[in-house]
Design a protein around this ligand. Sequence first.
Ligand code: ZN
Length: 112
Amino acid sequence: MDCRETCARLEDFFHGRLPADELEPFMEHIRSCGECEEELKSYVAIEVGLEQLDDDSSGVYDPEGTYRDCMERAKTRIDWYLVWKSFQYAMTAIAFWFAILALVLQAKAGLF
Ligand SMILES: [Zn+2]
């Protein structure tokens, strides 16, 4: 994922709408590209500021904390996505071997 693609996904990332399979390349780019990391931090700071204006709350303005929360949530989503992919892979492998077993048993029973 390059800088242009990363910047186009800042809003979706912040609102947790980035598809799980795009999340990992997005995070990798943010970690390796200082400019995009700064861009994301600025975006988060503006969003947090606007949300507080909307809420009219007197809460503490903490864009750094929100940024850290976003990154933590994204890491957790990636972890679960990888678990899910492993599970899917295991299920596919099991289905494949059951299909082979069924063919062998049918062949042995003289059905072919
Ligand atoms: Zn970049």
